[in-house]
Each structure stands twice: as structure tokens, then as C-alpha cells.
Write a protein that binds this ligand. Structure first.
Ligand code: ATP
Ligand code: MG
Length: 367
């Protein structure tokens, strides 16, 4: 998929901006604070309805303006292009109102619209994917699966709701105000949804792992090996759903006293880990900054490749300022991967390495 036209009005620091973008590598160059990240944020808003950097829609409306508007035309391998418009309107001191329009009408459901326009964004913060705790890696897995499996988000929400209810009841049970019987239906729901989550995650990491390893080898020149390992919090001997459910029940039974004491659910996929190893050692503890950055990039690009394989067409790839900490040869390797994707939008405050074929360059003036 690629974006052919992008138009911003009163979005962040942009007053008005109209861009026609070809497939291939598009580079947005400009000094700090010239609005490069904001441009990619606008594309993300179009495909997901959200900003990758804030939970507040109103922050994206230009200061002093009442309404921001972003329009984009997305072309896929088949079918006619999709025209998407997002309008954000300030409303008093509260959150802005968001209006979505897909080909002239509000989309039937947000879920369907999310599945329609596949985009992978790499941002400087993604370093945390490797460097920080397991939560960020679970989030990455959740986001990746949400774009790949239509039912994953439903299972995840069902799981979380069941965990919440269980936790509430566990706290009450500690004070003698709830019994095991009250807990049972939520435990059943949690185990069913949780077993499905584990199966989906196992599937994802199986597909992600070899690709991320190959990408990492490419990017690093093949001197170090990257390995991904899914570490479900509940380990089952076999991979079928019934076996996973059985193992989950057994783990809960073993943790029962502990759960009552803590007043919360102590085992389950909300505690899963995705191990990222470089040369057999956890990248989180032993990787250099450059290695961690390369590993994060390999993970995201692998996600884009899995999306390509499952949808039969590559997603749009957005790379925000991700070259700065890589050495020259890693930078060139990243940009050589462009050929795998329909289109890649890249921002940089510096220069694109020599010898890389740029389809289109947009120079943003200083703010
Ligand atoms: N709602 C808003 N209205 C107007 N300006 C804003 C708004 N939100 C942010 N800005 C300004 O927009 C500018 C551009 O931010 P952006 O992050 O897009 O720049 P950038 O080109 O990516 O910079 P860098 O190279 O440092 O990453 C910032 O100076 C910021 O203060
Ligand atoms: Mg930026």
C-alpha cells in the first residue's frame, strides 16, 4: 500500500500542506521542529484514528485554530484507492471531537477500517521495545496481532475484562465477601481467551523470529545473531488449545493462595515475555545502544514482512528519524530494504546516505 496524496490543514505546526507522493522512498528533510514527525503522525492518524505520541486528540490541532483536518489517498495493489479524511474539532476545554470519513461516508466500524490500511511505524522511542520492560514488547505483539488477526483484539479485551473482574473478586474474597464460586465464571472466561492469546502469540513469534533474525543479520553485516523467543507465563507441554487451557488451570490452582494474598491474578498471558537475544544474551541487558536500535528496527521490519505475507501486499512503512544512531553501513542496509515495500516515508534532520535511490524529497523550512 502507498499514500499518493496527503493534505494537512491546521495540523500541529503546519498551516497548510499539500503533497503528492510517489511509491518508493520518500524523504522528509528539515531542521529540528520543522514538523517532520508531525507529518508521519498525520498519516498514522488517518489509518488508525490515533496519534502515536499522545492520547489527546486536541493536542494535534494547531494552536489558535478550532479545527485540524487531514486527508489522504491510499492506493493498494488492487481495487480503487481509498480516500480518508479525519477532522478534529476543538470543543471547549475538553477533548476534541473526531470525525472519520472513508470514501465519503463514516466507516462501518473502526475495527474494519483499522484492518484496511496496514501501516508500520518506526519511531525513535521504539528503542524501548528492546531496552525497557516486557510491557512494551507485549504491546508490540498485541498491536502486530491486531493488524493480522481480526479476532485477536476481541480476545484481548475479553481476557482483560475477565482479569479485572477476577481481581476485584479476589480482593473481596480476602475479606470473606466472595467465594470461589463467584470467581469460577470469570476464571473460565479468562482461561479460554488467554489460551487463544497464547496460541496467537506463539504463531506470531514463529513467523516473526526467522524474519527478524535475517533482517538483523543483513543490517549488522552478519556478525551477530538475533533470536526471538516467546516465553509464555503459563507453559504448556503441548500446543493445542485444550492443553494450554489445562496448563492455565493448573497454574492457577498452584497460585491460588498467593492470588488471595495479593488480591490479583498472578499467572497468565498478561505476564508473557518476548525475549530478544543478541549473540545468545538478552539484548536488554547486554546490547549496545546501536545493537538495541538495530534489533528494534529488525523487529518492526519483520512485522511489516509478516503483514506482507499474510495480506499478499506490503504495508506502508514510516520511519521517523531512525537513522541517526546507526553507522553508515547500517543506514545503507536499512534503505536497501526499501525495495521490499511499496513505499517508505522517512524523516531525517541529516542527510540520506550517498548511493541510495530517493523517489521524492520534501524539504521542510524551519518552524
Ligand atoms: N498543536 C500545535 N500547534 C502548533 N505547533 C505545534 C503543535 N504541537 C506541536 N507544535 C510544534 O510543532 C513543531 C514541530 O514538531 P515535530 O515534532 O513535528 O518536529 P520535527 O521536525 O520532527 O523535529 P525533530 O527533528 O526535532 O524531531 C514543534 O516545535 C512543536 O512545538
Ligand atoms: Mg521528529
Amino acid at each position: 500500500m502507498h499514500v499518493t496524496r496527503l493534505s494537512l490543514s491546521q495540523f500541529r505546526c503546519h498551516d497548510r500542506l499539500e503533497l503528492a507522493l510517489p511509491p518508493g522512498l520518500n524523504v522528509f528533510v528539515g531542521p529540528n521542529a520543522s514538523g517532520k514527525t508531525s507529518l508521519l503522525e498525520a498519516v498514522t492518524l488517518l489509518v488508525s484514528g490515533r496519534s502515536p505520541r499522545t492520547n489527546w486528540l486536541r493536542e494535534m490541532i494547531r494552536w489558535g485554530a478550532d479545527q485540524a483536518r487531514v486527508e489522504g489517498v491510499f492506493a493498494g495493489a488492487t481495487g480503487s484507492p481509498d480516500e480518508v479524511t479525519v477532522t478534529l474539532t476543538r470543543s471547549g476545554s475538553g477533548e476534541a471531537q473526531r470525525d472519520l470519513c472513508l470514501n465519503g461516508a463514516p466507516p462501518a466500524s473502526v475495527g474494519a477500517w483499522l484492518q484496511r490500511l496496514p501501516v508500520v511505524l518506526f519511531e525513535p522511542d521504539d528503542l524501548q521495545l528492546v531496552k525497557a520492560g516486557a510491557k512494551g514488547r507485549r504491546r508490540f505483539i498485541n498491536m502486530a496481532l491486531a493488524g493480522l488477526r481480526p479476532l485477536y483484539l476481541d480476545d484481548l479485551l475479553r481476557y482483560r475484562r475477565a482479569v479485572q473482574h477476577r481481581n476485584e473478586l479476589l480482593k473481596q474474597a480476602a475479606r470473606g465477601r466472595a467465594s470461589g464460586e463467584d470467581l469460577a465464571p470469570w476464571t473460565a472466561q479468562m482461561v479460554r481467551a488467554g489460551a487463544q492469546l497464547m496460541a496467537d502469540r506463539e504463531w506470531l513469534v514463529e513467523h516473526l523470529g526467522p524474519r527478524a533474525a535475517a533482517l538483523y543479520a543483513d543490517l549488522s553485516g552478519g556478525t551477530e545473531a538475533l533470536e526471538l523467543r516467546y516465553r509464555p507465563n503459563v507453559q504448556a507441554e503441548e500446543e493445542g488449545l485444550p492443553e494450554r487451557m489445562q496448563a492455565f488451570y493448573e497454574a492457577l490452582e498452584a497460585a491460588a493462595t498467593w492470588e488471595l494474598r495479593r488480591g490479583s491474578t498472578q499467572v497468565g498471558p498478561h505476564r508473557d515475555e518476548l525475549l530478544v537475544l543478541i549473540g545468545g544474551k538478552p539484548a536488554r541487558d547486554f546490547g549496545s545502544q546501536g545493537q538495541q536500535r538495530t534489533a528494534a528496527l529488525a523487529l518492526k521490519l519483520a512485522q511489516a514482512q509478516v503483514l506482507t505475507a499474510s495480506r499478499g501486499e506490503p504495508p506502508l512503512v514510516l520511519l521517523d528519524d531512525c537513522l541517526s544512531e546507526l553507522d553508515g553501513s547500517r543506514q545503507r542496509h536499512v534503505l536497501e530494504l526499501v525495495g521490499q515495500f511499496d513505499q517508505l516515508l522517512l524523516t531525517t534532520a541529516g542527510e540520506v546516505p550517498a548511493g541510495v535511490e530517493v523517489a521524492h524529497q520534501v524539504v521542510l523550512p524551519p518552524a
